[in-house]
Design a protein around this ligand. Structure first.
Ligand code: NAD
Length: 471
């Protein structure tokens, strides 16, 4: 059965479903689908107690149709070659969907992160980077990693520092990795970007009256009941922005258990409670669910799995109550479960689109690194001056004073974070309508995932045609 399929086969099964709707030659479709190169490395790590451990790690570059390749690095106990290849493939399609000019890649280091001290993680990350450099699997023009499950700005800082130590004369070296801290060449808004993109995508989907009517929902986010699984970088930010956007967070799940309150949970208060007690369980006013996976079956309008792949399977899909599933994680719904959910009329907003906010803002970070200037630095003062002149003229002509706070907010020019968030919002909204339009062209007989795959296949195919490789 399909659920015994490996993750990469699952991705390819979805690819094939869309590919059948095109008339591209088989050779071209195979070229798009195949993983171009995989580097499996092992290296020793000296633990703090003096013992030596062998670490397994991978970097997969799925598609070189555009360079550099781009994709996160995952630190997880069970990450393996198949998973890294599957995630690299998703990156290729994701970049195409949001028009980010990269091929797809992904990296993985097979460790349970909590077992290692900070200094062990630093040694490991630097050694992993060194292995990537040795085989030309990293570089601003070659392959640019980013954070993923189990990694964040700290790991990216160690990576850039190691890379720069090895490539001291390379002018664009800062662009070798994204998701860096601001002080190390990062861009404002990157940390929140994936979660913010998830919010923009879900908000856009919910804003379309006709689609919501089909689901028996009213348009808009206001009052929609949301359950989020995984409160890491993506899940926490998605939950927070959805709450700020008017949704009610009724359920939250972490690996230690889940909590439910139909009246709503305040995301930041839950995070503070978890910090204090070490668990989200026993949050005041909420009901505990010891079996965390059951959170996916809670009554809600929107379910946001934001932890790991294969969370919704044929086993639990029939019991899912949500009308919309926003795939914030990569591959949280198996291909077979997707079919069950589609038959139940559930709308799945696919991962390759919905969590593309991270790579979109990574693209902005890479551009910032190549241009060696902060976004907004050149124009902000000029914009403020021109806006102030216009507002003063309006005051003069109307004889009315504009309230100070409104004056200030209109006059102030855009800073880096404003520009990043605005570019992200534009990208997520445009890409949603592109996918929806493809679904409409197929008379709504295909789901959004197939439409997203079609979008990606067309765009990657076009770049091969333009290269003249295929007639
Ligand atoms: P993260 O490590 O910051 O957070 C993951 C969270 O999920 C952790 O808090 C972990 O404890 C929790 N978790 C693990 N197993 C769980 C379970 N069974 N039930 C409930 N919670 C569980 O990782 P992240 O960066 O937020 O990534 C999450 C997902 O989003 C992954 O699939 C990743 O590939 C995808 N993603 C991440 C980014 C990014 O920018 N970080 C971009 C695109 C996609």
């Amino acid at each position: 059965m399909a659920e015994n399929l490996k993750f990469f086969e699952q991705v390819n099964r979805n690819f094939d479903r869309a590919a059948r709707l095109t008339d591209y030659p088989k050779g071209l479709l195979d070229q798009i689908k195949i993983c171009n190169s995989v580097y499996h490395m092992t290296f020793p790590l000296k633990r703090d107690d003096g013992s030596i451990e062998t670490i397994q790690a991978w970097r997969a570059e799925h598609s070189h149709h555009k360079l550099p390749t781009k994709g996160g690095i995952r630190y997880a106990a069970n990450v393996n070659e198949d998973e890294v290849m599957a995630l690299a493939a998703l990156m290729t399609y994701k970049c195409a969907i949001v028009d980010v000019p990269f091929g797809g890649a992904k990296g993985g280091v097979q460790i349970a992160k909590w077992k290692y001290s900070q200094s062990e993680l630093e040694r490991l990350t630097r050694r992993f980077t060194f292995e990537l450099i040795k085989k030309n699997f990293i570089g601003p023009a070659v392959d640019v990693p980013a954070p993923d499950y189990g990694t964040g700005p700290q790991e990216m800082a160690w990576i850039v520092d190691t890379y720069m130590a090895m490539a001291s004369n390379e002018l664009d070296a800062l662009g070798c990795v994204t998701g860096k801290p601001i002080t190390q060449g990062g861009v404002r808004g990157r940390k929140e970007a994936t979660g913010r993109g998830v919010f923009f995508g879900i908000r856009e989907a919910c804003s379309i009256k006709e689609d919501m009517q089909k689901l028996g929902l009213s348009p808009g986010l206001d009052g929609k009941r949301v359950v989020v699984q995984g409160l890491g970088n993506v899940g926490y930010h998605a939950a927070k922005f959805l709450q700020e956007g008017g949704a009610i967070i009724v359920g939250l799940a972490e690996y230690e258990g889940a909590i439910y309150n139909p009246k709503g949970l305040d995301v930041d208060q839950v995070m503070a409670h978890r910090k204090e007690t070490g668990s989200i369980l026993n949050f005041p006013g909420a009901q505990n669910l010891e079996n965390t996976i059951e959170a996916l079956e809670l009554p809600c309008d929107i379910l946001v799995p934001a932890a790991l792949e294969n969370q919704i399977t044929t086993e639990n899909a029939p019991r899912i109550q949500a009308k919309i599933i926003g795939e914030a994680a990569n591959g949280p719904v198996t291909a077979e479960a997707s079919e069950i959910l589609q038959q139940k009329g559930v709308m799945i907003i696919p991962d390759m689109y919905l969590n593309a906010g991270g790579v979109t803002v990574s693209y902005f970070e890479w551009l910032k690194n190549l241009s060696h200037v902060r976004f907004g630095r050149m124009g902000k003062r000029f914009e403020k001056k021109v806006n102030t002149q216009i507002l003063e003229l309006v005051e003069q002509l109307t004889g009315k004073k504009i309230p100070e706070d409104i004056f200030e907010s209109i006059a102030t020019g855009a800073d880096e974070e404003d520009l990043v968030n605005s570019g992200l919002e534009e990208t997520m909204i445009n890409a949603y309508h592109e996918i929806r339009e493809i679904r409409r062209q197929h008379k709504d007989e295909i789901d959004l995932r197939t439409a997203a795959f079609l979008d990606a296949i067309h765009k990657v195919a076009r770049s091969y045609f333009e290269l003249g490789i295929f007639p």
